[in-house]
Design a protein around this ligand. Structure first.
Ligand code: GLN
Length: 245
């Protein structure tokens, strides 16, 4: 199968090499005989809604977020319709914040979001930095990663988080939850090596994209020896020195 990926603003939102996640998806797809067809969707470019199986947006600082926010709002209707029609979406940190309804930065300036996820974010004075370990009960798995954000993300009542925080800060350092899930959309603060360290999650995102593409969603298991070690090292780091105020 050809899995069509729409990478939003790769030139602006790619902090901590978030685009590495795409390389993992490409490799894991290839190992199962599928091909990832990645196209960039930049400023003022139209979202080819029906033609994308998986959208991806990385993180960025307030400055980059401010540069893309209005443009993303112009793409909101197409993105909403793509998601309602079953497209998958993975959004990291700054991109995750912009999928909510709004993001207010430390200076009090409010950026509009696209309301694809039921949440708002307000920046606080202290950054939340460190290793994170999450329990994703919905999948019976854990996610290990690294967070660095000033934004406190508040989920609406009844919204589904991505996971429960075992170590680290998560959405706001208080609720005990991290990230948000809606249909095939996943938003998270976990950066850069999110998918390399969490192969089950990479396969989940791939299977969601394949479901939209109309392909077989059962992915034969890969060896994942290195990936398991990477996960364990990262999880242990979070357990021993996860983010603390
Ligand atoms: N500007 C956001 C924050 O600090 C996002 C940062 C990021 O993507 N690392 O909350």
């Amino acid at each position: 199968m050809r899995i069509r990926v729409g990478h939003l603003y790769p030139d602006y939102l790619n902090i901590y090499a978030d685009r590495g996640n795409i390389a993992v998806l490409a490799e894991r797809a290839r190992a199962r005989g599928h091909e990832l067809d990645v196209r960039a969707i930049g400023m003022r470019e139209e979202v080819p809604a029906g033609e994308i199986d998986l959208f991806y947006v990385g993180g960025g600082q307030d400055r980059e977020q401010a540069l893309v926010a209005q443009d993303l709002v112009a793409k909101a209707a197409s993105l909403h319709s793509a998601v309602e029609n079953g497209a998958a979406f993975l959004a990291v940190c700054g991109g995750y914040q912009l999928l909510g309804r709004s993001y207010k930065d430390v200076a009090g300036k409010e950026l509009p979001g696209i309301g694809l996820l039921p949440l708002v974010t307000v920046a606080g004075q202290r950054r939340m930095i460190g290793d994170v370990l999450l329990d994703c009960e919905w999948a019976g798995e854990t996610l290990a990663g690294f967070e660095n954000h000033a934004g406190r993300t508040i989920l609406d009542e009844g919204a589904e988080p991505l996971g429960r925080v075992l170590s680290g800060f998560g959405n706001d350092g208080a609720s005990g939850y991290e990230g948000c899930r809606y249909k095939r959309v996943y938003g998270t603060y976990l950066h850069g090596p999110l998918l390399p360290r969490n192969p089950w999650f990479a396969d989940r995102v791939l299977a969601d994209a394949l479901a939209h593409a109309g392909g077989p969603t059962d992915l034969e298991p890969l060896a994942d020896d290195l990936e398991r070690v990477a996960h364990e090292v990262s999880a242990e780091r979070a357990r021993s020195r996860g983010g603390r105020f």
